[in-house]
Write a protein that binds this ligand. Sequence first.
Ligand code: NAI
Ligand code: CS2
Length: 485
Amino acid sequence: MIRSAEPAVLRPNYDRERLKPRILHIGFGAFARAHLLVYVDEVLRKTDGDWGVCAVRLNSGAEELTALDSADHLYTVAEVDDGGITARSVGAVVATCHPKRDGADALFARFEDPDLSIISLTITEKGYCQKDGELDLDHKGIQADLATPEGPGTAIGYLVEGLRRRKEKGLGGVTLLSCDNLPNNGAVCRNVVLAFAQRRDPGLVRWISENVSFPSAMVDRIVPALDDEGRAVLRSVLEGKDDPNGIVCEPFRQWVIEDEFAAGRPDFDLAGAQLTDDVRPFEEMKLRMLNGSHSFIAYLGALAGHETVSACMNDASFRAATFGLMMKEQAPTLSMPEGVDLDAYARALIARFSNSRLKHRTTQIASDGSQKLPQRMLESVRYHMRTGGDWPRLALGIAGWMAYCRGKDDHGNPLPLNDPMAEKLADIAMTTEDGVEYVREVLERSGVFTPMLSEDTGFRTRIAAAYRSLRENGARGAVGALSSD
Ligand code: NAI
Ligand code: CS2
């Protein structure tokens, strides 16, 4: 890979004419472009495989897909850190599809393609329409799709109708490969698909159970939403040209996948992926030590006025508190295989978070907190409550989320609340006095905290105390008080 101050762009070295749409990726956003597609591209560079990708988005993004069509489905990934820029042109995409642009039947035709082997997903945590790992039957989109299954609106509705049509055509099974930050993401995907199918066609449940695999996977690469600085980086390697599908990311990437593929897979291991029969320890390690710290930084950093993750790492109090969260409150909850060095992992995370070439906005990570807190912070809190461990940083992170949901930082500047629960959270903020009453209402009405937590006096007292510290000292002061622990 070329890495220099004035980098060229590594072009595909494989025959793209040979590629078939064997992977249907739903949710062709920033992460997919910089992670899954890079792994596939890397495999194609090392083998004579035919693993092409059909890129799908369901809601927004039709224009970007049309631009990709016009660019012969090529786009650029630029990896940046303080050592420079490494750029590649990814050639693995062979087609695009957007139901709002092409019609739902065009997407269903993709499910009926005999070449299809894998349906991969990056649809965000909220895309699974799940609650506690099961299909949320109160979800308005699910209710609508159960009423009109041939014209779905949710990813789950599309998946089940697509699989039904595949079954009706007498075609073979496929793998549904979730690449989202959910614990046991494969099992969650299976649960919601089967629960929806059960209400659609019980015979379909049997076919899916016998023919479709749902491997879980831990996915990792820090890929911020593209901003003007990112577009400038891309122009710097593309001789001034823009690439609407280009993306900028960190050099690091990791993928740990359960090796359960019903209809084959690319040799992902040749691209550095780890195939395993138990991804759970790696998933918990990453979701708690990386993502839990990300959310801690996001809420408390945004409240303190820090725009990016790297800015928080330049703040000694935040850096120390983040490392303390990783090692004193997240690492103790993990059961890792022999030889995994969590101290080294934490230090590597701090270095990755400190990448000043990546503008990873605290407000971006702050989005969808109602979908993220359970696996990133609350599971660890439950562990400490069971074992008598201390959890001051987790308490402050949870309090930080609550304060963030009131929509203003410590200086009175507005904060964007992007969350499937935004309406309810905003209503609670508007109808309660800030302080103890607000904390109580969020605990009881947000739907984020199970009764085991929200009704626990010790938990309520800890969160209320952390929230009071936050309001009395501000985020920077409250975080600073932590790092002396
Ligand atoms: P993005 O906003 O660029 O793309 C999100 C994709 O999901 C878009 O195609 C969007 O249309 C689709 N989507 C959003 N809400 C949906 C819904 N309710 N139903 C169906 N589709 C929906 O975001 P990005 O960066 O690609 O991240 C997507 C997911 O990838 C994350 O939520 C996370 O689970 C995972 N991920 C992201 C990483 C990153 O650093 N960006 C790193 C590791 C995992
Ligand atoms: C971030 C993740 O936005 C967020 O919630 O914590 O997207 C994070 O960048 C990735 O999980 C890193 O692998």
